[in-house]
Design a protein around this ligand. Sequence first.
Ligand code: F6R
Length: 261
Amino acid sequence: MEVIILPDPGRIGSLAADAITALIARKPDAVLGLATGSSPLAVYDELVSRYEAGQISFRQARGFTLDEYVGLPADHPERYRNVIDTAFAARVDFAPGAVRGPDGLADDIPAACAAYEAAIRDAGGVDLQILGIGTDGHIAFNEPGSSLASRTRIKTLTRQTRVDNARFFGGDLDQVPTHCLTQGLGTIMEARHLILIAMGRSKAEAVHHLVEGAVSAMWPATVLQMHPHVTVLLDDAAAQRLQLVDYYRETYRAKPAWQGI
Ligand code: F6R
């Protein structure tokens, strides 16, 4: 696991965008794993700027979102399928239907989850997955207690996650759905490269567990310690509880430029 601490969201966004730009240059039909939420917004903004400058095209690429609320109407602005369009997908040149998400309105939820797993598999798997992390250590919506081998399925959101996300629903907790469909930890672990972004002090405890804690379903993101290619991009506030913070900074300063992330 590589830990990189950068001073601002712009630097974080541009480093992650460099990795995506390099991937698309060598594999134009790459499969991207797209997180919603606030953490990846700087990455998406940077990719949109590069697209507008003619430096990158997503015409042949495909995208899979991580998760979806259950039961939000198709036109609800906080439905993650709409959120990803607003934040990124509709601002660049993905082909129609190239970005998919789990179907939170399906009548048959288990069948929809199985179909989502099959779609990811049929696309050849995710080449590069962007992740955020919840204050309770979730990735996607794999809340504490999630099986480390889990696949796409329905989950109940913790109260903490609903409180955290109430800001997207006018601050009204009652408007935040109680259930979601989410890629499992086992699903996410099959992506070839994972880039997790965390910013702000509220993420510091979860980041401490993710990077330096024991692998445990109580802090689901810790499963990433078992993945061979994970890049964790942090701002100073999110890094403030890391024991080896000086070592991570020195390592990155001394890293040969050719290595990339
Ligand atoms: C969203 C997702 C969640 C978020 C996490 C952090 O698709 O998968 O795990 O990444 O809740 O959210 P933000 O970035 O809004 O702090």
